[in-house]
Design a protein around this ligand. Structure first.
Ligand code: PEP
Ligand code: MG
Length: 761
């Protein structure tokens, strides 16, 4: 058997074994037998106690399991953990770091190979092999162990995380609240009950747990079976009498399985072994499904699927009580795989206190959406299944990117105090939102809003807002089930343009692709952010571009405030091509308007500076366009080669990276030189420290979500231009983005602005 097959077989088998300890024991025995070594062991790290605990072994003394603990800086095990790399030595006893632990009984072994088990830069444990012979383990053996350790890391990380969370709050033993970390995606604090809009139960994903309350678990299981029986009866009565025989047979099978004497007996037997109801069901079902799959008759083999389906139905009733489908009362924190505008739109806003998603990162469009609505969000929480947070009390800290699950009463009170402090700060900010945006040394700044969601209201309410700096037209496209017609688009655009005839409204042509999918126009690509996105797509589909352009231009009849902005431009040809289409649309509409004797103006045209190439050809682009708008979200992603939507690299997505700051400074200088207006419409403009740096660089127009406008107004009014310029010059001399961040935070603190970037006043 080749190595890959062996490896896959081992990992598969390990995954199947319920308890982590037992799985690890199986693992060490298999490795020992497969590689024909004398001993194989696993030590797991305990960070609270700062030591590794021998958790499984085949070759060392079994009595030592669970009792021998080796300090993080002790012995060879400690050394592997400290160095975070394999240690392969032929004579362990003579190694300077060797430390003798009599309990493990390893005197006879000489050769030692230890590899660290690492997940997300954290050492979770050490996997070792030992042998009597004085020899170095071969490169193949070492490679095998390293590969296995990488796979094992994920299993251990998940087992650690799921362990605590599988308790429903009602059954929980009082333990320390679990804190889960993700990517901070929208600042703010929220307290509420977790709510998963689409609950799903998947028997495969059940993590094995012991329960120790047999009678309660049996009741839980029986109630779930009763509920499932009703559901199945309902289902079959809804179906037509003339059903094919094999479909009817499925219901007969369900009925038989739900009978207390069949599945029930076996599941209850497992519960009596102290498994919780979900685990017991899983153990039995896996067994059943395997037996069906092994049958010769293909018809019977396929029944395995039905069995799993039925078990998922039962599991759903075990995991969630009947109230789950109705929207619970009170404050809620939505927990979802991914956030979409539609999901948010359906939710009662007054009860929405936070958002947690498995996917996405700090500048995903989902995060921008959450920020625009002023709802705290933590994204990229990839170590968790949404269902596990359903109906639990959650405290979300959108500054730090952390979620506290089932906080104690005392912790809950502390959270409530922090929330009250935050509310008080925003009340003060709101009270001054209409004061003009001028620094303490009288430097005026123009604030615009990013629209797409309901911005009209904010624009009306706040005289300080100079106009719309970026209207993401794709949002209304995403909310539909087909492309909006020209008239539908016209109505949207006309609404905004007409409501604020004196304010410039910058409408960006459709920017779909990347992480903004249209449900009715799927684009499947390996690298969507480097793919068919924005202007690239609309130039290839001129019918879509022209309809949109016509709708915009028609909407501007008798008005002078429309500006059109092109997204994702990377070459002059794209601008010229787009210009040609815009002119075509303009002349078509003009002909109609001439008939109606209405006036029509060719709108001003701008390009987004968000692809680094566009920055380098600003002087060429300047001849063909009227203005620039910097999209720092994409500019950062393309400059740093960090996918803005990938939580795995979120720590590398650094808005204050020296490269980003220098490019931003360069753009400001170029725009000045070329005498072209420039706005910043990426998220950096709505970030307290970002806005200060941009002002210091010379930008005077910043566009941000309506929610952020009042905050940035407050920030800019709290400082002097010259002090921001001083800050910028200091920061431009620093090379480490983390150090830059701390420097900026310290500046905000010293200007009483710290409450905008962390919890607490
Ligand atoms: C940007 O890239 O900074 C930007 C404003 O556009 P979007 O976030 O919609 O890509
Ligand atoms: Mg962009």
């Amino acid at each position: 058997m080749n190595m890959l097959t062996t490896l896959q077989r081992i990992v598969q088998e390990v995954n199947r074994i319920p308890e982590l300890d037992r799985a690890l024991q199986y693992l060490v025995s298999t490795i020992k037998a497969t590689l024909q070594v004398d001993s194989c062991s696993i030590y797991l790290a305990n960070y609270d106690a700062q030591h590794h605990v021998l958790t499984a072994t085949d070759g060392l003394s079994p009595d030592a399991v669970g009792t021998v603990c080796i300090g993080f800086s002790e012995g060879l095990i400690g050394l592997v953990g400290q160095r975070e790399e394999p240690l392969n030595i032929q004579d362990a006893h003579h190694h300077p770091r060797f430390k003798h632990y009599p309990e493990v009984k390893e005197e006879k072994y000489n050769a030692f190979l230890g590899v660290p088990i690492i997940h997300q830069r954290r050492v979770l444990g050490i996997l070792t092999m030992q042998q009597r012979d004085q020899r170095r383990f071969s490169a193949d053996e070492e490679a095998f162990l390293v590969t296995l350790a990488t796979q094992l890391a994920l299993e251990i990380a998940h087992a650690n995380m799921f362990g605590e969370l599988m308790f429903s709050e009602a059954h929980a033993t009082p333990t320390v609240a679990q804190v889960i970390n993700g990517v901070p995606a929208s600042t703010g604090l929220g307290l509420g009950r977790g709510y998963v809009p689409v609950l799903s139960a998947d028997i495969e994903k059940v993590i094995h747990r012991k329960a120790h309350n047999v009678s309660e678990q049996i009741v839980l299981y029986r109630q779930a079976v009763d509920a499932t029986r009703k559901e199945v009866a309902q289902l079959s009565s809804n179906l037509d009498e003339s059903l094919p025989e094999d479909v009817k047979a499925i219901f007969v099978l369900y009925d038989q399985l739900l009978d207390a004497n069949s599945l029930g007996r076996e599941v209850e037997a497992q519960i009596k072994q102290d498994w919780d109801a979900a685990t017991a069901l899983k153990l039995v079902i896996q067994d059943y499904a395997a037996r069906f799959k092994a049958m010769d008759d293909p018809y019977m083999q396929e029944r395995a699927v039905d069995i799993v389906d039925l078990s998922n139905r039962i599991l759903k009733h075990i995991m969630f009580d009947d109230s789950h489908t109705a929207l619970p009362k009170g404050d809620l924190i939505v927990v979802a795989e991914e956030l979409s505008p539609t999901l948010l739109a359906e939710f009662p806003q007054e009860h929405l206190k936070g958002i947690i998603t498995i996917r996405g990162s700090q500048n995903s469009h989902a995060a921008i959406l959450a920020r625009a609505m002023g709802i705290p969000a933590v994204m990229g929480v990839s170590s968790i299944l949404p269902n596990l947070l359903h109906n639990k009390t959650l405290f979300i800290d959108g500054y730090a990117g952390s979620i506290t699950v089932s906080p104690s009463k005392a912790q809950e009170n502390e959270c409530a105090i922090l929330i009250a402090e935050e509310d008080a700060l925003y009340e003060r900010i709101d009270a001054q939102k209409d004061l003009p945006t001028v620094t303490k040394d009288s430097h005026p700044m123009d604030l615009f809003v990013n629209a797409g969601l309901a911005a009209e209201q904010e624009l009306k309410d706040n005289q300080n807002i100079m106009g719309v700096g970026l209207f993401r037209t794709e949002i209304p496209f995403m909310m539909r089930e087909r492309f909006p017609s020209e008239d539908e688009q016209y109505a949207i655009y006309r609404g905004i343009l007409q409501a604020h005839p004196e304010k410039p409204i910058t409408m960006r042509t459709l920017d779909v692709g990347g992480d903004k999918p249209l449900p009715y126009f799927p684009i499947v690509e390996e690298n969507p952010f480097l793919g068919w996105r924005g202007i690239r797509m609309t130039l290839d589909q001129p019918e879509i571009f022209l309809v949109q352009a016509r709708a915009m231009i028609r909407a501007s009849e008798e008005l002078t405030n429309l500006q059109i902005l092109l997204p994702m431009v990377s070459s002059l040809n794209e601008v010229r091509e787009a210009k040609r289409l815009l002119q075509q649309a303009f002349y078509e509409v003009k002909e109609e308007s001439n008939k109606n004797r209405t006036t029509l103006m060719m709108p001003k045209l701008g390009v987004m500076l968000e692809v680094p190439a566009a920055v380098h050809i600003m002087s060429q682009l300047a001849k063909d366009v009227d203005f620039f708008s910097v999209g720092t979200n994409d500019l950062t992603q393309y400059l740093l080669a960090v996918d803005r939507n990938n939580p795995r690299v979120s720590a590398l997505y650094q808005s204050y990276h020296p490269a980003v700051l220098q490019v931003m400074q360069h753009i400001a200088e170029q725009a000045e030189l070329l005498n072209k207006p420039v706005t910043v419409c990426g998220e950096l403009a709505g970030d307290p420290a970002g806005a200060l740096l941009l002002m210091a660089m010379g930008y005077t127009k910043l566009s941000m979500s309506a929610y952020n406008v009042r905050k940035i107004n407050w920030v800019l009014r709290s400082v002097r231009l010259y002090s921001a310029q001083h800050l910028l010059s200091e920061v431009l001399n620093l090379s480490d983005p983390q150090v830059i961040k701390s420097h900026l935070d310290a500046y905000l603190e010293s200007h009483q602005l710290g409450g905008l970037v962390r919890a607490g006043s």
